[in-house]
Design a binder for this molecule. Sequence first.
Ligand SMILES: [Zn+2]
Length: 309
Amino acid sequence: MTTLLLTHPACLEHDTGFGHPERADRLRAIDDALSGGTFKGLKREEAPRAELGQIERLHPQAYVKMVHAEIPERDHNWLDPDTVVSPGSWEAALRAAGAIIQAVDQVAAGAVDNAFCAVRPPGHHAEPSHAMGFCLFNNVALGALHARAAHGAKRVAVVDFDVHHGNGTQAAFWTDKDLFYGSTHQMPLFPGTGALSETGVGNIFNAPLAPGDGSEEFRAGFEDRILPALHAFAPDFLLVSAGFDAHLKDPLAQIRLLEPDFAWVTEKLLEAAAKHTGGKLVSSLEGGYDLDALAASTAVHVQVLMSAT
Ligand SMILES: [Zn+2]
């Protein structure tokens, strides 16, 4: 029994151009950090492509076709002021979504205990019919729908500790009481959603943080709001939107977390998984834009995942 690490070289070929924070070097930094002896026990696999039918469980076919049509033959094409595609973006997006789906398959089958997907483009800002915030397809929401469609999971939870609110995941889950979304994030900050009052059908739990907040407020958000709600929901599958941009050194936000905070939240989520899902947990990379902080934070996250196996 072990932790699965999924990635694919195609995720490096999603080229966002000079100066864009969501860049291929992020995955290179993570790959470096996970190459040491500590991580010898990981089961490593290349992500398959997601099938269009799997993507269309969430994203309407017209939207999927639009994304495909917007992929340029050379250079870049901007879908909005933040979200850019290059010739390699289609393949990268299929592999990113495919990683989560493969991880769900392997964890659900008991072939591994848990999994981390080191992929890009990220996903949690992608709404069913709307690319935004560096995201094309909502990888983690697709994983949740796959757990349900392919593995009979009845109640699926996504917990998101990226510093930005996962408006796309919230939108995807908004009216479905068997899907749970819990998020800590800075407010005010892009994308502007994530207020406490946004509760869906009683299945959405937002715990906004103020600029300058750190470990104490982050942990309180989990202890007071997200974890009690998660335990009450009692999921039979747990997915994690693992963004590391709430780190003190991150250039895109003003939250002051350090590596031990990411270790702590990972432990809490594993505890919830152990209690409710038989340990079934799939985590996927979202943000994190300071390369050193991203690499170190991802390393502690994956180390804690491995310690549960
Ligand atoms: Zn983010």
